[in-house]
Design a protein around this ligand. Structure first.
Ligand code: AP5
Ligand code: MG
Length: 215
């Protein structure tokens, strides 16, 4: 099963990705998570990506596509995967299609998680993130049982550095500019489904799971 999750910053892609990947036992490929891991390790890729991420811009396509290509070539991803945060523009969408069809593979389903800007700002404003293991919490909707520490690894939770309100507004502008051509592209291929994202995570997951059962 090959799935793409589209949605604005803070719409809940990472939250749904975890539920879907645990349930269907497929690997989760998040370009944002890969960049954050590289930034933490201070690799040349991480240092380059950081320049763009901290301004709320997209990392250049050549860098992003090369990390996705590398991920798709890993044996654990050969039978299926969920892409979270990729593609983010029409060029990336077409490139993904090309990479897969070269290998006689295709995307089964694309979900667009649809939420309003007010919901996004509330979700991002309250998000807390574990920089050691990548787990994500929300002070109101999904608080850690250990207060300001990660339940999984005990690390102190932080606010993601690109979650400051001015950067979030820039991320939203970038998203709103790029999303429509991607939506049109996947609509034409007949694989796009819009998901109402203003519900609790298990309700959203339930509708995605039902839709995937018939793929
Ligand atoms: P990335 O990490 O992908 O960030 P994003 O797309 O902006 O999305 P977020 O991770 O902020 O939100 P999410 O949708 O995963 O929501 P979450 O589930 O955490 O990318 C970061 C940066 O990397 C980009 O800005 C760009 O610079 C670069 N980048 C990445 N991919 C790239 C690409 N392809 N090309 C170029 N550059 C790229 O939920 C948010 C909060 O809400 C959490 O606290 C959660 O607990 C809570 N929540 C979730 N669902 C619900 C719900 N249903 N009800 C209540 N609360 C909820
Ligand atoms: Mg995410």
């Amino acid at each position: 099963m090959r799935i793409v999750l589209l949605g604005a910053p803070g719409s809940g892609k990472g939250t749904q990705a975890k539920l879907i990947c645990d349930y269907f036992k497929i690997p989760h490929i998040s370009t944002g998570d890969i960049f954050r891991a590289e930034i933490k390790k201070m690799t040349p890729l991480g240092l380059e990506a950081k320049k763009y991420i901290q301004r709320g811009n997209l990392v250049p396509d050549d860098l992003t596509i090369s990390i996705v290509k590398e991920s798709l070539n890993k044996s654990e991803n050969s039978d299926g995967f969920l892409l979270d945060g990729f593609p983010r523009n029409i060029y990336q969408a077409k490139k993904l299609n090309l990479l897969l069809t070269e290998d006689k593979k295709y995307i089964d389903k694309v979900y667009l998680i649809d939420v309003t800007q007010d919901v996004i700002l509330e979700r991002i404003g309250g998000r807390r993130y574990c920089s050691r293991c990548g787990a994500s919490y929300h002070i109101r909707f999904n608080p850690s049982k250990l207060d300001d520490r990660c339940e999984a690894c005990g690390e102190v939770l932080i606010h993601r550095s690109d979650d400051k309100e001015d950067i979030v507004l820039d991320r939203l502008t970038v998203y709103n500019k790029a999303i429509q051509p991607i939506v049109n592209y996947y609509k034409k291929l007949g694989i796009l489904e819009k998901i109402h994202g203003d519900a609790n995570p298990s309700e959203i997951f339930s509708s995605i799971r039902s839709s995937l059962m018939v793929v």
